[in-house]
Design a protein around this ligand. Structure first.
Ligand code: FPP
Length: 249
């Protein structure tokens, strides 16, 4: 039998340990209000702050959000520049409140294309919050799932490995310290994974909602939790093999 990383089947909790989110719909939210697209992103950052609190209160330990993909550089220059500005606001200002709330902030992705100010702010924000014991908020920025798998493979090649296991590869992924996401949420009505955490999402439960990210709130988050609670997570087993409390039918 192949050695599978899912041989250690995680327990099914009512609240997911790790939630991954694609915060989609900011542009459409703004357009509906005859505002520039970037106003949707601005509001989106405030919503993110609220959702971090909601998840932390509910017992989620890791929240990972897709803020900027490797493909997002293709957007109009003004929008890219606005998003970079918001990233700085998050790293320099919002982090102060988050730190008070015990949030640990991490950033994953290729930092090399960010300007020096952003790169330094990432280092500072991570350092400031590294010993916090609350929820870990990971911001994926200039991140792509395929990029992540490749950089992990290249790291193993550099170590001289000629044959690798799932565990070897998983250990070099950007989020190797965290458990794999239990729940993946995408707002904004699209039903794609869009190159987000491809490896780690193998057994995640998917939750799609038409709600645009700037309209997402505590109620919507609790709807996602409720949906997750009803899922039967079999990891290849039959329903009858599950502990009775985990059988859903
Ligand atoms: C997708 O909506 C959203 C993004 C590409 C950016 C997400 C950024 C934020 C929520 C705010 C900033 C957060 C941080 C941490 C800096 P879209 O623009 O594709 O929306 P659309 O599909 O309606 O056009």
């Amino acid at each position: 039998m192949n050695q599978s990383s899912t041989q250690n089947i995680p327990e099914h909790h009512h609240i997911p340990h790790h939630v991954a989110v694609i915060m989609d719909g900011n542009g459409r939210w703004a357009k509906k209000r005859f505002m520039p697209r970037v106003m949707g992103h601005k509001r989106g950052l405030d919503v993110l702050e609220e959702i971090v609190r909601v998840c932390d209160d509910a017992g989620v330990r890791y929240l990972t959000v897709f803020a900027f993909s490797t493909e997002n550089w293709r957007r109009p220059a003004e929008e890219v520049s606005f998003l970079m500005g918001l990233f700085l606001v998050a790293l320099q200002k919002k982090v102060i409140e988050m730190n008070k709330n015990g949030v640990r902030l991490k950033v994953i992705g290729d930092r090399s294309l960010f300007n020096a100010d952003i790169q330094q702010s990432i280092v500072d924000a991570e350092k400031l919050t590294e010993n916090n014991t609350g929820i870990t908020l990971t911001i994926a920025a200039d991140y792509g799932g395929r990029w992540d798998i490749l950089q992990a493979a290249n790291a193993l090649i550099k170590e001289g490995k000629t044959e690798i296991s799932e565990a070897d590869l998983a250990s070099k992924l950007m989020l190797s310290e965290a458990p794999e996401p239990d729940l993946f949420i995408r707002t904004g009505g699209e039903t794609r994974i869009s190159n987000f955490m491809l490896w780690q999402m193998a057994y995640a439960e998917f939750y799609f909602t038409d709600v645009l990210w700037p309209d997402f709130n505590a109620d919507e988050m609790h709807k996602a939790f409720a949906s997750f609670t009803k899922r039967e997570r079999r990891f290849g087993r039959t329903s009858e093999q599950l502990p009775v409390e985990q059988q859903r039918s």
